[in-house]
Design a protein around this ligand. Structure first.
Ligand SMILES: Cc1cc2nc3c(=O)[nH]c(=O)nc-3n(C[C@H](O)[C@H](O)[C@H](O)COP(=O)(O)OP(=O)(O)OC[C@H]3O[C@@H](n4cnc5c(N)ncnc54)[C@H](O)[C@@H]3O)c2cc1C
Length: 372
């Protein structure tokens, strides 16, 4: 098997798939790893895939020049967003100033990238999707837009921002604005599908899926309830404990304080602001460039000071990647024959039991739960 980058280091950014003039590259998704495999019969040795690959050529990262915590001023919007809604606030103002925004949306069972042309269209991007999204096709489209139209704002995972920068090159970079998300790591969407199948659901049949309401992580959408409101299901437990990510995530070169984008967004975990504000969601907002400062200045954001040392201490992805759990190999070895939920329980019994007890306490109305 000839691969674009080192075996099992592929992040699934899809830039090589997009750039290949012979459509000679396919991503092999083995659940625990992604690999960009070259079809030797079609390959013309142009080397474009190797050059665009962000594993082979990581984008230049810069230290933050300013940092805040904050939230979108519109309370209704803030409630809908995953943390403080900073991504939505910046996107809204970028659109109003004549730019185009590109983000991740759930469409026909896939987590893909699209453009939003007006404010109402931005709603499709709201919410964190805790899964590996698929940027196939978007790099070319962004390059075309930059060539003929105005400014583009791209919001994605750090590896996707790095890939986009390699794909665009320096000539058009002035008109490209980027936001990356602080990222814990990502599972293949097929892992999510296997989880859903236990409940008679498939991703392709869902119209909508959500992964979280503020600090409560739980899969829900337009279908019957998977688990009691306010309790983390086994998919979320596995995600938060780094059990299900693809191999590359455990050595992610972007999990550090220096960032590849103009603005970095995450949750302001460990914030000292009032509990009421925390419940409504607070974004951690880092800016690395003058372009980043420009985005923040124009956005309708409430900004507060943040202790950067504390923010980093509460968000390890700003220093180092997630640790690879010892039971991860056993989890993936068993996934074809055994039920997803029982495999997660086997590897993370304490975390699962905690949620099972919570479920009983909510049912007995000893504690409150409902989030959706
Ligand atoms: C896989 C993943 C892991 C994360 N891990 C952490 C973490 O460990 N610590 C932390 O502080 N924050 C983490 N985040 C970021 C956090 O969950 C929020 O996405 C971020 O704070 C922005 O919130 P918001 O309220 O501003 O976003 P919103 O206004 O709700 O907008 C969400 C934005 O994120 C984009 N987006 C959502 N999911 C994806 C995806 N899968 N791929 C690409 N783009 C996507 C959407 O296009 C949209 O623009 C993670 C996000 C993801 C997707």
């Amino acid at each position: 098997m000839t691969t674009v980058c080192e075996l099992n280091k592929c992040a699934g950014c899809m830039a090589c798939v997009d750039i290949c003039p012979k459509r000679a590259i396919k991503i092999k998704d083995s659940l625990s790893t992604y690999n960009a495999v070259i079809d030797e019969k079609k390959c013309i040795r142009c080397n474009a895939c190797h050059k665009v690959c962000q594993v082979n050529h990581p984008a230049r990262a810069k230290a933050p020049i300013n940092w805040h915590q904050g939230w979108i001023e519109n309370l209704e919007m803030r409630e809908e967003c995953s943390s403080g809604g900073a991504a939505t606030a910046i996107s809204k103002e970028f659109l109003e100033n004549g730019g185009i925004v590109c983000g991740c949306t759930f469409n026909e069972g896939k987590f893909i990238f699209e453009f939003a042309n007006d404010k109402d269209d931005l709603k499709k991007f709201i919410g964190s999707k805790y899964v590996k999204s698929d940027p196939t096709g978007i790099y070319k489209k962004i390059k075309d837009r930059l060539k003929c139209a105005g400014k583009v704002l791209f919001i994605g995972l750090p590896c996707q921002v790095a890939a986009l920068k390699n794909f665009i090159g320096t000539d058009l970079s002035d008109k490209l604005y980027t936001i990356d998300l602080i990222c814990h790591g990502t599972p293949s969407p097929r892992v999510l599908d296997i989880f859903l199948k236990q409940y008679g659901l498939t991703l392709s049949a869902l119209k909508d899926i959500k992964f979280r309401v503020k600090a409560k992580f739980q899969i829900y959408g337009d279908y019957k309830e998977i688990i009691t409101k306010g309790v983390s299901d086994r998919y979320s437990i596995a995600f938060l404990n780094a059990l299900t990510y693809t191999e590359n995530c455990y050595s992610c070169p972007y999990a550090k304080t220096k960032r590849v984008s103009d603005v970095t967004l995450g949750d302001s975990w460990g914030s000292e602001l009032a509990i009421d504000e925390q419940k409504k969601g607070i974004s951690l907002i880092l800016s690395q460039t003058e372009k980043g400062n420009e985005l923040l200045k124009m956005a309708n954001l409430h900004l507060e000071a943040v202790d950067i040392e504390k923010a980093i201490a509460n968000n390890h992805q700003l220093e180092y990647p997630s640790f690879r759990p010892t039971g991860r190999d056993k989890f993936f070895a068993g996934i074809k024959d055994r039920k997803f939920n029982s495999l997660v329980f086997q590897q993370l019994p304490k975390q699962c039991l905690r949620q099972d007890v919570k479920k009983i306490l909510i049912k007995l109305q000893i504690i409150g739960g409902g989030v959706n």
